[in-house]
Design a protein around this ligand. Structure first.
Ligand code: SAM
Length: 334
């Protein structure tokens, strides 16, 4: 099969020198930046497998339906506003992953009389291309422009996209992203992406049931399993750490900045001293220390609503599947 060249825009936040500084910082601070779990092809493939096996959106029809209802509502809002007829629409998938949800959204909002462009945005080149190709293969006439960036360092990304076509309205997706960032860090950035009239489609992993901590306990096996451990240890093995140097342990912990929020965290507990030479930098870890590999916040719908409101973002409507493990929120900036 003859394959077309894929044109991908790479934001300076993912230029090699910056990425390498972030990589060194992860090892020096003993806190692995989440982006280093997705960046290689091997890691993105491992993550896609975990997503396929454990994500409610791949396993639970009721959860897929919650997204479909949100997308239907989005289409109705876009259709009911006559000013949209003269506007170009941009669908910007922030942290698009494998692009499944964005593809389903396109199937609801892509109409012959609308000018729509899809921007899959991800820190992983591999995932940005997978999303671009997935959506393009389903909607051959839809312009698609993948972007690689680190969202934490790309405050100018929205103006770069907006400059490409004036007179436009943005639909921003932010699915499954909020759990892996500290809310104080990512929400100002997300808010900066939104202008009046834009729509934000946001989803979060929730703690099911009425008891917050018990709910988190219930979903712990979706994280504390061999596939996930294998994915999370990859970044260490690739740097020269040995499996026998430690063990991965999951725990539920409070966020030290926002004590009302709890998250599931994974640590690599060192059983031995480890010294790594990363280029000219010597990293020395001592037995008994631990390396934070990962965290995932679990929220509830009221905490999501309150948190978004404090950044001027209103939840217009929301959907929760019967399992209550995920919430899908249709939002707009006030
Ligand atoms: C949990 S997945 C969610 C994927 C997708 N939105 C979904 O719901 O299936 C997180 C995604 O965020 C991306 N990501 C992680 N850190 C990022 C960063 N700093 N900037 C941009 N994307 C990032 C990952 O590569 C991955 O695709």
């Amino acid at each position: 099969m003859l394959e077309k060249i894929e044109q991908v825009f790479v934001h300076p936040s993912q230029f090699p020198d910056r990425v390498y500084q972030d990589y060194l910082a992860s090892f020096a601070l003993k806190k692995i930046n989440h982006k280093f779990h997705y960046t290689s092809v091997k890691q993105s493939q491992k993550w896609l497998k975990i997503h396929e096996k454990f994500s409610p959106t791949r396993q639970d029809e009721n959860c897929i339906d919650a997204y479909a209802q949100c997308f239907q509502k989005t289409a109705e809002i876009l259709d009911s506003d006559p000013s949209n007829l003269n506007l170009k629409l941009n669908l910007i998938g922030l942290g698009c992953g494998g692009g499944e949800k964005d593809k389903l959204l396109v199937s609801h909002i892509f109409k012959p009389n609308k000018v729509l462009t899809y921007y899959p945005v991800d820190v992983s080149l591999s995932l940005a291309i997978i999303s671009a190709q997935k959506v393009r293969s389903a909607f051959a006439n839809l312009p698609v422009q993948p972007f690689v960036c680190d969202l934490l360092q790309s405050n100018d990304l929205i103006s770069i996209i907006n400059d490409r076509a004036p007179n436009q309205r943005n639909i921003i997706t932010f699915f499954g992203m909020i759990p892996n960032f500290s809310p104080d860090e990512i929400l100002p950035i997300l808010s900066n992406f939104l202008a009046a009239g834009d729509l934000l489609l946001f989803s979060a992993n929730l703690a099911p049931g009425s008891d917050y901590l018990q709910g988190i306990q219930k979903v712990l096996p979706q994280y504390d399993n061999e596939l996930t451990k294998e994915w999370l240890i990859t970044v260490l093995l690739d740097a020269g750490v040995e499996r026998e140097d430690g063990t991965i342990q999951f725990q539920i912990e409070a966020d030290s900045q926002n004590k009302q929020f709890q998250r599931i965290a994974a640590y690599f507990n060192l059983k031995k001293d480890v010294s790594l030479k990363l280029e000219d930098r010597l990293i020395e870890w001592k037995s008994g220390e631990r390396i934070r590999l990962f965290f995932s916040y679990r929220y509830t719908t009221p905490t999501i609503q309150e948190m978004l409101k404090s950044y001027g973002i209103n939840v217009l409507a929301y959907w929760e599947p019967a399992s209550q493990e995920e919430g899908v929120y249709l939002c707009q900036k006030v």
